[in-house]
Design a protein around this ligand. Structure first.
Ligand code: C2O
Length: 593
C-alpha cells in the first residue's frame, strides 16, 4: 500500500513535469488531436517559440556534411597523445533532413553533429555554448572517464545542465580504449531532436587495422517529424496507453527520402512545408578496396537490421571492443549500440542498396507514414550516379520475431578475457507498471522509477558524502573494487537496450524467462564485452563488470521514451574516492542557475 501511494505521488510529479513541457492538456485527446494542437502551440521544452525562418529548398542540405563520414587519410594514427579542441554552439534551427521542415537542435548548425576523431590516450576538449532556451548536457557514450566522472555529461547525475546562454568546457582523456562511439545530449529528450554525432578513437594496437583501406561511418536513426517534447508528453499521458510513438521515417547519416503526401496520415501529422525529392546518403566505393563500415544506432526507439545487397559483412568490433571476424548478411543493432564490419568492394560496378530495416515487431502500433525499410546507396566508381538501385535484398534469413542482439556466442572478443568470478551479485527487475487510476505506464528498476533531479546531481551529493538519495533515485553503492554480477530480469513485453556508463560489461548469460541461480547457463569463457546490451522480451541477462572506476554511473534503457518513463538505476562506485573528487567549481555552479 505504501508503495502504491508513493507511485501515485511519483506519477503526479511526472505528469506535472510533462504538462510544463508543452502547455497543452492531454488527458482526453487522442494522438491526432494532440498533434494538431501542437502545430498551433509552439511553446515547448527545448524549443524557442520564435523559430528562425525556414532554410529554403531541400536539395541544398547545407546542414548535412557527408564528407565527415568518410574518415580522412590525413589523420595520423599514433600512440603519441595529442589534445584535440572543439568549439561547439548548440542552437535551434528549422531544417529538413528528409524534405519535411521541422525545428531541430543542432551543434554548429550541423545534422548529424560534428565528428570527434582521436587516438587512444588523447585529450578531448570541447567547449559547449548553449544557445537553446533550456539547459543541455553532452554525454560521450562509451568513454570510461576514469578519474573524470564529472565530465560524463549526464544531466541530473554527473552535472546540472549547462544553462541557456552559458558555456562549459568538457575536458577528458581517452586512454585504454578505441573503436566506434558517439556523443549525444543527455538532458530531457534533446538528443532525439538532433544533438548527436560520431566519436571515433583510433589506436595503432587495433586488431584489424591492416585489414581495410577505407574507413566509413554509417549513423542510423529513427526519425520523427514532431519535436520530442510533444512525443514524450503524449507517451507519458493516458492517450498513449503505454505505446511508444512510432517514427515517421529513418535516416542514414542524417538523410533519407520521404513521400510528403504521407504526412497527413502520420500518427503525428505536421502539415509543415515538405519537399519530396530529399536525397539519400550515397557511399562511394572504389572497386577492389576494403571498407570498414562503422554502424552506429543513434536513434531513440527502433531496432534496425543493417545489410548491404550483394555484400557480406565481416563484423570486427562491437561497442569499442575488437572481435574475431564473423561473417553475416545482416546485423541487428539496437539504440546506442555500434558495430564495425569490413566490406569488400568486390561486386560488379553498379549501384547497390544499403538497408536499415526497422524491426516492426518491436512496435506496438503502426505509423502509416513510415517506410520501415530505410535506405542509402553504395555507388561504385564508374557506375551512373543514381538515387536508386536494382539490387535485391538477401533472401536467406528469416525475420526474427523479436528484437534480439546478434547472438552473444557469435561475437568473440579478439583480446580474450575470461569473465572474473563474481564477488557480489546485484539483482535488478525491469518492469513497466501502470498506475491504475491514471493509466500511465512508468518504467521501474526494482521499486524505483527515475525522475531526474532538478538543480542537483547525484554525483555532487555523493561528493559531499551523502549516501542516502531522493526516493526517485535508485542508487546502488559499491564500496570496493570487486567484480559485480548484474542479474537483470526483464518483466516487460518490450526489449530494452541497456547502457552502462563508464564501463564495458561481460555478457555472461541471457535467455528466456527469469534467471534461476545454478540452473540458467553462464559462459565465462571469453564472453562478449560491450557497453550496450539488449535485454530480451520476458528474459534475463547476466552481466559482470569490474568496479574499478569511481563515480556515479547510470545504467539505463537507451530507448528515449523509456528513459523518460524512469527506466534507470545508478551505481555509486567507490564512494570514498568519489568523496575525494575535486570537481570544478564552475560545474557545480550550474546547479544554482
Ligand atoms: Cu548514450 Cu546514458 O547514454
Amino acid at each position: 500500500m505504501a508503495l502504491l501511494i508513493r507511485k501515485v505521488f511519483l506519477f503526479g510529479a511526472i505528469l506535472t513535469a510533462a504538462l510544463q513541457v508543452t502547455s497543452i492538456t492531454l488527458p482526453n485527446l487522442n494522438r491526432r488531436q494532440a498533434a494538431t494542437s501542437v502545430v498551433t502551440s509552439s511553446a515547448s521544452d527545448s524549443f524557442a517559440s520564435a523559430d528562425v525562418p525556414s532554410v529554403g529548398a531541400t536539395p541544398a542540405q547545407s546542414w548535412n556534411h557527408p564528407g565527415q563520414f568518410h574518415l580522412s587519410k590525413n589523420f595520423t594514427i599514433t600512440a603519441t597523445p595529442n589534445t584535440r579542441y572543439y568549439d561547439w554552439t548548440i542552437s535551434q534551427k528549422t531544417i529538413a533532413p528528409d524534405g519535411l521542415e521541422r525545428p531541430m537542435l543542432l551543434v554548429n548548425g550541423m545534422f548529424p553533429g560534428p565528428l570527434i576523431e582521436a587516438n587512444t590516450g588523447d585529450r578531448i576538449v570541447v567547449k559547449v555554448t548553449n544557445s537553446l532556451v533550456n539547459g543541455t548536457a553532452i554525454h560521450w557514450h562509451g568513454m570510461f572517464q576514469n578519474g573524470t566522472n564529472w565530465m560524463d555529461g549526464s544531466g541530473g547525475v554527473t552535472q546540472c545542465p549547462i544553462p541557456p546562454g552559458q558555456s562549459f568546457t568538457y575536458n577528458f582523456t581517452v586512454p585504454q580504449q578505441w573503436g566506434t562511439y558517439w556523443w549525444h545530449a543527455h538532458a530531457a529528450s534533446q538528443y532525439v531532436d538532433g544533438i548527436v554525432g560520431p566519436f571515433v578513437i583510433h589506436s595503432p594496437d587495433e586488431a584489424h587495422l591492416k585489414q581495410y583501406d577505407e574507413d566509413v561511418i554509417v549513423m542510423l536513426s529513427d526519425y520523427y517529424h514532431t519535436p520530442s517534447p510533444t512525443l514524450v508528453s503524449w507517451y507519458l499521458s493516458p492517450a498513449s496507453d503505454g505505446s511508444e510513438p512510432v517514427p515517421d521515417n529513418g535516416l542514414i547519416n542524417g538523410r533519407n527520402f520521404f513521400n510528403c503526401t504521407l504526412d497527413p496520415v502520420s500518427l503525428f501529422p505536421t502539415h509543415a512545408p515538405c519537399h519530396s525529392n530529399a536525397p539519400r546518403s550515397v557511399f562511394d566505393f572504389q572497386p577492389g578496396l576494403r571498407y570498414r563500415i562503422r554502424i552506429i544506432n543513434a536513434g531513440s526507439f527502433a531496432d534496425f537490421q543493417f545489410s548491404m545487397d550483394n555484400h557480406t559483412l565481416s563484423v570486427i568490433e562491437a561497442d569499442g571492443v575488437d572481435m574475431q571476424p564473423v561473417e553475416v548478411n545482416r546485423i541487428p543493432i539496437h539504440v546506442g549500440q555500434r558495430y564495425s564490419a569490413i566490406v569488400k568492394a568486390n561486386q560488379k560496378v553498379d549501384n547497390y542498396w544499403i538497408r536499415a530495416q526497422m524491426n516492426l515487431n518491436c512496435f506496438n502500433e503502426e505509423n502509416p507514414a513510415l517506410d520501415a525499410s530505410v535506405k542509402a546507396l553504395v555507388h561504385y566508381a564508374g557506375a551512373p550516379a543514381s538515387q536508386s538501385a536494382s539490387s535485391t535484398d538477401w533472401a536467406d534469413e528469416a525475420w526474427p520475431g523479436r528484437c534480439l542482439d546478434l547472438e552473444a556466442r557469435m561475437l568473440k572478443p579478439f583480446i580474450a578475457r575470461d569473465a572474473p568470478t563474481a564477488d557480489v551479485q546485484v539483482i535488478l527487475d525491469m518492469s513497466f507498471q501502470k498506475i491504475t487510476k491514471k493509466r500511465v505506464s512508468l518504467g521501474y528498476v526494482n521499486e524505483t522509477s527515475w525522475v531526474p533531479l532538478k538543480k542537483a546531481a547525484t554525483l555532487f551529493q555523493a561528493n559531499k558524502g551523502k549516501i542516502k538519495f531522493a526516493a526517485s533515485q535508485f542508487v546502488i553503492t559499491l564500496n570496493q573494487t570487486q567484480t559485480v554480477e548484474l542479474v537483470v530480469n526483464n518483466y516487460d513485453e518490450g526489449s530494452h537496450p541497456f547502457h552502462l556508463h563508464g564501463h564495458q560489461v561481460y555478457v555472461v548469460g541471457e535467455g528466456k524467462g527469469r534467471y534461476i541461480p545454478g540452473e540458467s547457463p553462464l559462459n565465462t569463457f571469453n564472453p562478449l564485452r560491450r557497453d550496450t546490451v539488449t535485454l530480451q522480451t520476458f528474459g534475463y541477462t547476466v552481466l559482470r563488470f569490474v568496479n574499478d572506476n569511481p563515480g556515479m554511473w547510470p545504467f539505463h534503457c537507451h530507448i528515449n521514451p523509456h528513459l523518460d518513463a524512469g527506466l534507470m538505476v545508478q551505481f555509486l562506485s567507490l564512494p570514498s574516492a568519489v568523496k575525494a573528487f575535486k570537481i570544478p567549481a564552475e560545474l557545480k555552479k550550474m546547479c544554482a542557475a
